[in-house]
Design a protein around this ligand. Structure first.
Ligand SMILES: *Cc1c(COP(=O)(O)O)cnc(C)c1O
Length: 356
């Protein structure tokens, strides 16, 4: 039996969301962040569909090479840079741009001496993950300048921008803008949250990730309120409709019991497909446009739903897990996680179907 479980990827929604980025930051160039397999959407089709992006950002060398192999010739930035000579050889060969976030990377560059690379020098303004300290900026620029670079762009990354009320983001903006060097070089600060809520952080390059995929970067509210359209709609189908007696337990552990004699649907999706196992009660799915709660435990290949609100439901009816009509933000909240994680963890067993 072929399984219907499919991630439908709406490329026109993706391009719409890119235009939302443009409208928010009309004078900035857009670095489209398509790491982690395009946030789980498929890196090649996403890269190819984003023709209007100015450059791409990925986390790993293999992601960068997939873009080159797909025929993408735009600049591709390696967000973690490189730490060895063989990767540097690939950087030269495939014309990749490098984030430089540590003195050790500068040392490597000095001994290897590549020429005409674009460096994104990452400065730590308070996240304390990657980045040179603000006191080292002059010296690092001096060292990179001696490598005959194509250009040096100064960047930093926000730690708390998902929370629109948190004043730490403005503190990071102030720290970054206080650097004299930001007046001479091109600069980049804003992720999706920065693009949408901190216009003063737009600078020369914005780095759009999650908003491109039609999910909100914020810890409350939905993407729809921001004018974004969901790119991924995850669907499956009913593979059984069962009449269960009052008091009968449903699924592993028998955690949920039928309060009355009722119809229970079995849906062909589970945590083996990336649907979260840990969801709270009353997490909905959509069947024929109507919300039905998931009942009992999510298992590897299946989950069960309460069909009392759709008594006409039949085997092979489509079941929508998130996407158009059911915001992924709502599912993320029910699973105590982020939309980012849900999107990234859809597994290779799910079929991907691209709509243009
Ligand atoms: C992932 C990433 C982004 C994109 O962040 P979103 O919140 O998805 O927009 C931007 N900049 C850097 C350095 C990143 O690692």
């Amino acid at each position: 039996m072929t399984r219907k479980t499919t991630a439908i990827i709406d490329l026109s929604a993706l391009r719409h969301n890119l235009s939302v980025v443009r409208n928010h930051a009309p004078t900035s160039r857009i670095l489209a962040v398509i790491k982690a397999n395009g946030y789980g959407h498929g890196i090649e089709p996403i890269g190819l569909a984003l023709k209007e992006a100015d450059a791409f950002a990925v986390a790993t060398m293999s992601e960068a090479l997939r873009l080159r192999e797909a025929g993408i010739n735009k600049p591709v930035v390696l967000l973690q840079g490189v730490n060895n000579e063989s990767d540097l050889a690939q950087v030269e060969k495939y014309h990749l741009d490098l984030v430089v976030h540590h003195q050790q990377q500068i040392d490597l560059l000095q001994s290897y001496a590549p020429s005409k690379l674009s460096f994104w020098l990452k400065v730590n303004t308070g996240m304390n993950r990657l980045g040179i300290s603000t006191s080292m900026v002059d010296e690092s620029i001096e060292q990179l300048s001696q490598l005959n670079p194509k250009e040096i762009i100064l960047m930093t990354h926000f730690a708390n921008a998902d929370n629109r009320e948190d004043s730490f983001t403005q503190k990071q903006i102030d720290r970054f803008e206080k650097l004299e060097q930001t007046k001479q070089l091109e600069t980049s600060m804003a992720n999706s949250a920065g693009i949408l809520h901190w216009p003063s952080a737009h600078h020369d390059w914005v780095r759009a990730g999650i908003m491109l995929y039609g999910a909100t970067p914020f810890n409350s509210g939905t993407a729809e309120e921001l004018g974004l359209r969901p790119v991924m709609t995850l669907v499956s189908e009913l593979i059984a409709v069962n009449r269960c007696e009052a008091g009968e337990p449903i699924g592993y552990g028998g955690l949920w019991r039928c309060p009355e004699t009722m119809l229970v649907g079995v849906v062909a999706i589970g945590y083996g497909d990336g649907y979260p196992r840990h969801i709270s009660e009353n997490t909905p799915v959509l069947i024929n446009g109507i919300r039905c709660p998931i009942i009992g435990r999510v298992s590897m290949d299946m989950l069960c739903v309460d069909l009392r609100s759709v008594p006409q439901a039949q085997i092979t009816d489509e079941v929508l897990l998130w996407g158009k009509g059911l915001p992924i933000e709502e599912i993320a909240l029910k699973a105590a996680t982020l939309t980012y994680e849900l999107l990234c963890q859809v597994t290779g067993r799910v079929k991907f179907s691209y709509l243009d």
